[in-house]
Structures are given as C-alpha cells and as structure tokens.
Design a protein around this ligand. Structure first.
Ligand code: AKG
Length: 291
C-alpha cells in the first residue's frame, strides 16, 4: 500500500520524505536535474567566476547572472515538494551560487555553522515556525569525503542550541554526500556549515534557491531582467512579479496582494492538485464506481 501511494504522488512529498524532513531538518532528492544540466550549470558558474578561479566564490542574484538558472525555479522534481510543506503563497527571496576549489588545509578550518534567515532567527523566539526552505542543487560529485560537502547537524532545527563555534566539529555533524544533479531541501532552522574542506581534485559547484512566503522580503538583491516578462504565470509568481492591489472580493480596496493574495497573485493555487496520492486514489475509485 505504501509503495502504491508513493507512485501515485507525482512530485509531492511521500509520507516517508515528509517524516525525514521533519525529523532531520533536510531532505535529499536524488537526480533532481540531469547530470548534463548539472554540467551545463557548472560551466555557467565557471564562466561567471573566471576572474578569480582559485578562491572560494559566492555570487548572489543568480538570475541576473545567467538565465540558465531560471529553469531551476519550477522543477517538477522540487516545487511540488516545497509546496507540500509551505503551501502556495510562496516566492523565491534569495539565490546564490558558489564555487569551492580545493584549498591548502588550514590548521583551524572554519565551518561557519549557522541557521539560515539572519535576523529572522533572532527576531522569532524558539520554537520559530518554518518560513523558508532553501534548496541546494549540487552540481559536482560530492560522494567522497572532504570534497566540499555541506555539513549538517541533523535534528538541530528542533532544538534551541546556539550554532557551534566556527572551527568546531560537533558530535553528530554529517557531510551530505551527493551526486551531480542531486538537490537538498533545507529547513532554514537546521544548523549547517557555510563552507567545508575540499581536498579533492574537483572544484565544488552548487546553486541555492530559497523559497519563502510572499510576505517575506528578499534576503539579497533580486534583479528581474526584461526577458522574464515572457515567463509562465507560475514563474512570474515565484520571481515576485505578481502583486495586485487586492480588494478582498469587492469588500475592501487597497490591500496588498502580498498579504491578501488573489488568484492572479498566486497562480500556483490553480495548478494541478498538489495533494496526496490518497486523495487521487479516492477520486479514481469514485470515477470507477460512477462509470
Ligand atoms: O555552500 C554551502 O555548503 C552552504 C551555503 C550556506 O549555507 C549559505 O550560504 O547560507
């Protein structure tokens, strides 16, 4: 039965994935993009960091850098899972990519343990609600130890502890080993590393998109280039291009569609049913009975 339900969920979270995400604070999605696409995005990253190829590079606002990154925003392998957790009233409020070449080992390597969200973490007392999901797309082979994997402290999103000192390696921290094209969904509250040692021959390359509620401001600058005008309605929503002046069904004009979203603000609501295999199973059974 469990297997049947999983296969009936096109793209959404299975019960097992949901439980994993809730328990660990992250979820590994294998093969979110093909290895060819991962290689293409890696080349884009190299092209746009060619000025300083030998140091750690991090660039925000990836859509302004190259339109190739746009194809990540509404992937059927990822978006339905994000939607199952955060719902439909979401957009992308932060993007970045990074390129981490092997560096000579330091005596006191700094992992820079942190929770995402900056002031949000300070402003919302523990236990803060889940308001962001950051998706990391890992483009290079990170299956061997010390190749620059992101490290996480599983379960730390459910505890009030402060992140460890930057150079510490806490008990329980694990590297997330990935293949090119794998994605990781992160609960923003889970403690993880900003950088990790890379002593492999491979330059680590990764892209990150952060999904947030539409009423949360951008975390970094966000350029909307003219070509984005041709985006699908759902892409327009995810890029922050939909914002009506809502009139609350004719009752009160002048409310922001960020806070009182209309169907024009949130076309994702009209997209194919996001909900569970069980609902689909019942619907199919009803159809069979009726026919
Ligand atoms: O690059 C990584 O492994 C993690 C990046 C990260 O956590 C961040 O930039 O907030």
């Amino acid at each position: 039965m469990a297997t049947e339900m999983k296969t009936l969920q096109p793209g959404g979270l299975s019960a097992e994935e949901k439980a994993d995400f809730q328990t660990e604070g992250f979820l590994h999605i294998r093969g979110a993009i093909s290895s060819d696409k991962a290689a293409h995005l890696s080349r884009m990253i190299d092209t746009h960091t060619a000025d300083e190829p030998d140091s750690i590079q991090n660039r925000t606002d990836v859509f302004s850098i190259d339109p190739a990154f746009l194809n990540l925003v509404d992937l059927p392998q990822i978006l339905p899972k994000v939607r199952d957790i955060l719902g439909d009233n979401i957009w992308i409020n932060h993007t970045h990519f990074n390129r981490n070449p092997a560096l000579p080992p330091e005596e006191d390597w700094s992992y820079f343990w942190h929770r995402d969200g900056g002031a949000v973490v300070d402003d919302l007392p523990f236990p803060a609600p889940l308001v962001f999901i950051k998706v990391g797309f890992y483009l290079t082979d990170l299956s061997e130890a010390d190749s620059g994997q992101t490290h996480v402290i599983p379960g730390s999103h459910r505890r009030p502890e402060a992140p460890p000192a930057p150079h510490e390696f806490p008990a329980g921290a694990v590297p997330i080993k990935t293949q090119p094209g794998d994605a990781i969904l992160y609960d923003y509250r889970v403690i993880h590393s900003l950088q990790s040692p890379n002593s492999s021959p491979t330059i680590r390359r990764a892209v990150f998109l952060q999904y947030a509620y539409r009423w949360i401001q951008p975390l970094s600058s966000f350029s909307i280039l003219p070509y984005m005008e041709n985006c699908s309605p759902i892409r327009r929503q995810l890029l922050g291009l939909t914002r009506t002046e809502s009139n609350l069904a004719g009752r009160a004009k002048g409310r922001s569609g960020l806070f009182y979203p209309t169907k024009e603000d949130v076309p994702l609501r009209g997209a194919s049913p996001k909900k569970t295999g069980l609902k689909k199973l019942i619907w199919q059974a009803m159809q069979t009975l009726r026919s």
